[in-house]
Design a protein around this ligand. Sequence first.
Ligand code: E4P
Length: 224
Amino acid sequence: MEFLFDTANIEEIKEYSHFYPITGVTSNPSILKKEGKIDFFRHFREIRELIGEDKTLHIQVTAKDAETMAAEGRTIREKIDHKVFIKIPTTEEGLKAMRMLKAEGAGITATAIYTKIQGYLAMEAGADFIAPYFNRMENMDIDSKNTISCFAKQIERYGYKTKILAASFKNIAQVNAAFEAGAQAATVQPGLLHDVLGMAAIGKAVDDFDTDWRAAFGDLDITQ
Ligand code: E4P
């Protein structure tokens, strides 16, 4: 399983990447909007420096037509690095841009996936990752779990290299469900993980262990 952070906030990435075993960072223009008027390329270069080259960085294009999406993807690769996965919405134009950039050797993350057919077409267009929007699908009464398990089956059946990078989560139960349905990766806001790991029951268990340890052994130091 791979966990990624769905954020473009440098402080958040800095703070939480020490704790969580993440394999990458994703963003989109709405996530980026929260950062205010940043220098787009400098901001992502900073994120790359922070996470290192061994992690995946997924940056979304902003245009709606294939030629401009492809041009944006090229510039992102030139100005940040060639390892960036270019995130492209799975529209008709997006599918064209995916194939153009793939032919140039770019890594592709097909995003804004609500339907099975978008995922299947993106796999065939050469996407390295497909990003089904778990919560948004649920909001539209589309079965996210079934969609992900169909993607997993087709990937297995036809031997696609594509990974399912589930996205758009509003709670941890959705993240678990995505993995259990067959997603290899999930991109999650760090705050969602922080809230679950910060639950009172976990804190109480740790405090109880501490109390019992001290009652039995005082301040015995076992680091020595
Ligand atoms: C991935 O990066 C997606 O763009 C993102 O998870 C969408 O999340 P939202 O549905 O909360 O906007």
